[in-house]
Design a protein around this ligand. Structure first.
Ligand code: GRF
Length: 200
C-alpha cells in the first residue's frame, strides 16, 4: 500500500507517521509529501528524511480544479492508495474527492462533531469543557464532517494553560494517528474496493 501525506505547516504528525513507516509499525510505503505552502517547516523535515517532497500552491493555477487536477495526476503516477492529511489547511475539492472517496484520512484536534474548523484546541479550551481529544476521520466535502474512524479523549485540567493542552493533544495525535493509519490499511486491504486503479 502506498501513502501520500498532505501537510501545510509544522509537520509534527508527518514526522510521527514517517517514523512509524520507517519502523514498520505502519506497513506501507510513504511515497511522497505534498505541501501547499512554500515556507512550511514540514518541507525541511521531509527533505531531511529523503522523502520525495512536492510543493506548489493553488495561486500557481487558474482555479482550484486545475490545482487538484495536478495533484491527482501526481497521486496517480505514484499509484497512491491512501492520502493522509496531517495539518493540510485546505478543503479537499470534488476533483480529488471523486477519485479518492474513502481514501483520504484526516486528524482533527478535538472530539468531533464538537469544535470543527481551524481552532479546535483553542475553541474547546475557551468553551471550558473538561474533556476534548482527537478524532481521525475520512474526508468528505464538509469541514471536519466525514465518517469517524477513531477518537481519543484528552482531559482538561483547571490548571492547564492553552499551551499545555496543545502540547498534550499533539502528543496524543502522534500516538493515535500512526496506529489508526495502520488499522485502516489492514481493514481496507481486505476489501475488493481497495485496489488502486488508473480508471479511478
Ligand atoms: C494538528 O493539530 C492536526 O490535528 C491539525 O493540524 C495540526 C497539524 O500539526 N489538523 P502538525 O503540522 O502535524 O505539527
Amino acid at each position: 500500500m502506498k501513502l501520500a501525506i498532505f501537510a501545510s505547516g509544522n509537520g509534527s504528525n508527518f514526522a510521527a507517521i514517517a517514523e512509524a513507516v520507517k519502523e514498520g509499525t505502519i506497513n506501507a510505503e510513504l511515497v511522497l509529501l505534498f505541501c501547499d505552502k512554500r515556507q512550511a517547516y514540514v518541507i525541511q523535515r521531509s527533505q531531511e528524511l529523503g522523502i520525495s517532497t512536492i510543493c506548489f500552491e493553488p495561486k500557481d493555477f487558474v482555479n482550484k480544479a486545475a490545482y487538484e487536477q495536478e495533484l491527482l495526476q501526481i497521486l496517480k503516477v505514484n499509484q497512491v492508495d491512501l492520502v493522509v492529511l496531517a495539518g493540510y489547511m485546505r478543503l479537499i475539492g470534488p476533483t480529488l474527492l471523486k477519485v479518492y472517496s474513502n481514501r483520504i484520512l484526516n486528524i482533527h484536534p478535538a472530539l468531533l462533531p464538537d469544535f470543527p474548523g481551524l481552532h479546535g484546541i483553542r475553541d474547546a479550551f475557551e468553551a471550558g469543557v473538561i474533556e476534548t481529544g482527537v478524532t481521525v476521520h475520512f474526508v468528505d466535502d464538509g469541514v471536519d464532517t466525514g465518517p469517524i474512524v477513531a477518537q481519543e479523549s484528552v482531559f482538561i485540567d483547571e490548571k492547564d494553560t492553552l499551551e499545555m493542552l496543545e502540547e498534550r493533544i499533539h502528543q496524543v495525535e502522534h500516538q493515535v494517528y500512526p496506529k489508526v493509519i495502520q488499522e485502516t490499511i489492514e481493514k481496507l486491504s481486505k476489501t475488493n474496493e481497495w485496489k488502486w486503479s488508473v480508471e479511478g
